[in-house]
Design a protein around this ligand. Structure first.
Ligand code: BGC
Ligand code: CA
Length: 538
């Protein structure tokens, strides 16, 4: 869509910070805002355009901060509002934009509104800001399951039940109530006034429920990418909310944006969230769940671009986040359909990292905006052997839930040193999840400036992306043997990825810019090993 005005976010690289696991300044074992501030120069040097911070608001931490008790207060474990202001100011000074996470589908059960609702009792208008209902005899009001397992309803002492699509500590707001919509417009303005550049919208597809909360009529848990028609996800009414938010974002100077976490059944339905008068971006979970083979990748890339082009939005690409198995492990599985909720299995770490690096170079060559998850630039693997006693994912003990194994991608970042906590916090200090002994070699310090390290590859890729991969230039596929993906961006950049199990020897089309693993070029022919991506200047 070359006739659209350039806007920073259309081809931005946005780095997800999971605050509790990034950097711990005060030594309590939990990452915090001062820790993030101290590491912003690292992110500037890495070469990203923006950061997205997972929630740091006041919260009992029943779901690691996705249970918000006060949307305008920073939880003391993370710091203060002044720290947030300082972080935004420092980031802007370094040329980095800041997105914060907004959690509008549900609050914490400790939110003032929910406590009032409980205190006031059945029939109180204050209960109407959530979904309170009488049960059906001893049974909950309907048959909806919670995404974290078990029923989506919890009974309170006076006999009524309240709806929670996630944990019982996360009651769903009733978005049909005007006070809820008003409150969130105010919250948006609060953070925009503080200077943030935008929002990641949690469970953006969930806010509106079908009137009457009808049964779904099947005994199942939700499968996020194939729920089909559902009484509580991707209802048409959500779009009205995002239109109203867009007008607020547009009132502010500086290209403020929002990105939807919207799990909808088709790419076209996801694209509805990024129509010109709605949000700016939506995560492309269909791509994240695509198997590592050339036909599947090519088809999904084409389908993603087509769906977003149809509404004039940039496509986003991502391989990892705080809810899914890290792509060092996940891409080794044949079955990519279930992106989360499956117990991650052991993989050959060398082969896993090799494939992950190739996938990351491919991703960074695609047109649109790329989302990186902290630690992927270090090649961190999923930690698969955390003992149950340290796991904190609220779904872990609800065996039927969708997301029970998310702690393994949330282990704190190794920055330096040879023993845990590897510079995450003060020497010898704790970290809220234990880090593997093998992470000394993966720390930032261990990889900094080292030729061939994953960190060096990401830094090189992000620098080249600005220079050599034309911002919005369209992607054109080139003919290639089976198992090889070859595409150009514009007229002077090519990306070649060997997804076959054997080396392939295409023509070397120009100057080698970067490769995810060593390749040889001899007399105009390149030998590209399996699971290797190469960037060329034509
Ligand atoms: C977030 C999860 C969270 C859930 C409930 C999501 O999709 O990314 O981490 O558990 O919403 O807020
Ligand atoms: Ca701390």
């Amino acid at each position: 869509m070359s006739d659209l005005p350039p806007a920073w976010w259309r081809d931005a690289v946005i780095y997800q910070i999971y605050p509790r696991s990034f950097a711990d300044a005060n030594g309590d074992g939990i990452g915090d805002l001062p820790g993030i501030r101290s590491r912003l120069p690292y992110l500037r040097d890495l070469g990203v355009d923006a950061v997205w911070l997972s929630p740091f608001y006041l919260s009992p931490q029943a779901d690691a901060g996705y249970d918000v008790a006060d949307y305008r207060t920073v939880d003391p474990i993370f710091g203060s509002l002044d720290d947030a202001r300082g972080l935004v100011a420092d980031a802007h000074d370094l040329g980095l934009r800041v997105l914060v996470d907004l959690v509008p589908n549900h609050s914490s059960d400790q939110h003032a509104w929910f406590r009032q609702a409980l205190a006031e009792g059945p029939g109180s208008p204050l209960r109407a800001r959530y979904h309170f209902r009488d049960g059906r005899g001893a049974l909950p009001p309907n048959d909806w399951p919670s995404i974290f397992g078990g029923p989506a309803w919890t009974q309170v002492p006076d006999g009524q039940w309240y709806l929670h699509l996630f944990a019982p500590e996360q009651p769903d707001f009733n978005w049909a109530h005007p006070a809820v919509a008003d409150e969130f417009r105010t919250i948006l303005r609060f953070w925009l006034d503080l200077g943030v550049d935008g929002f990641r919208i949690d469970v953006a597809h969930g806010l509106v429920k079908e009137e009457g909360l009808p049964d779904i009529g099947q005994e199942t848990s939700w499968h996020l990418l194939d729920v089909g028609e559902s009484p509580c996800f991707d209802r048409p009414g959500v779009h009205e909310i995002y239109r109203s938010w867009r007008t607020i974002l547009d009132e502010y100077p500086g290209d403020r944006i929002a990105v939807a976490e919207a799990w909808a059944p088709t790419l076209a339905r996801v694209a509805d969230y990024v129509r010109p008068d709605e949000l700016h971006q939506a995560f492309n979970f269909s791509y994240l769940s695509t198997a590592w083979n050339a036909p599947a990748q090519r088809a999904m890339i084409d389908a993603s671009l087509a769906a977003n082009d149809a509404v004039g939005a940039p496509t986003t690409w991502t391989l990892s986040n705080h809810d899914v198995v890290r792509h060092t492990n996940r891409l080794m599985r044949d079955d990519q359909g279930e992106v989360a909720g499956k117990k991650p299995t052991a993989v050959d770490p060398v082969a896993g990292l090799r494939r992950a690096r190739a996938a990351s170079l491919l991703l960074l060559a695609l047109p649109g905006s790329a989302y990186l998850y902290q630690g992927e630039e270090l090649g961190l693997p999923e930690v698969i052997d955390l003992p149950p006693s340290v796991r904190q994912d609220p779904a872990f003990h609800r065996a039927t839930g969708q997301d029970g194994y998310r702690d393994g991608c949330r282990v704190p970042i190794p920055w330096s040193g040879t023993t845990a906590p590897y510079g995450f916090g003060p020497d010898g200090g704790p970290s809220w999840l234990p880090q593997p002994d093998s992470w000394a070699d993966l720390s930032v310090a261990a990889q900094d400036g080292v030729a061939g390290s994953t960190l060096t590859m990401y830094r090189d890729a992000l620098a080249l992306r600005r220079k050599a991969v034309a911002g919005q230039a369209p992607l054109t596929w080139q003919d290639a043997p089976e198992g090889l993906l070859v595409f150009d961006r514009g007229t002077d950049f090519r990306c070649t990825v060997n997804m076959s199990p054997a080396p392939l020897s295409p023509e070397a089309p120009g100057e080698l810019l970067l490769a995810s693993a060593p390749i040889t070029v001899d007399g105009g022919t390149a030998v590209i090993p399996p699971d290797t991506a190469v960037w060329w200047s034509l």
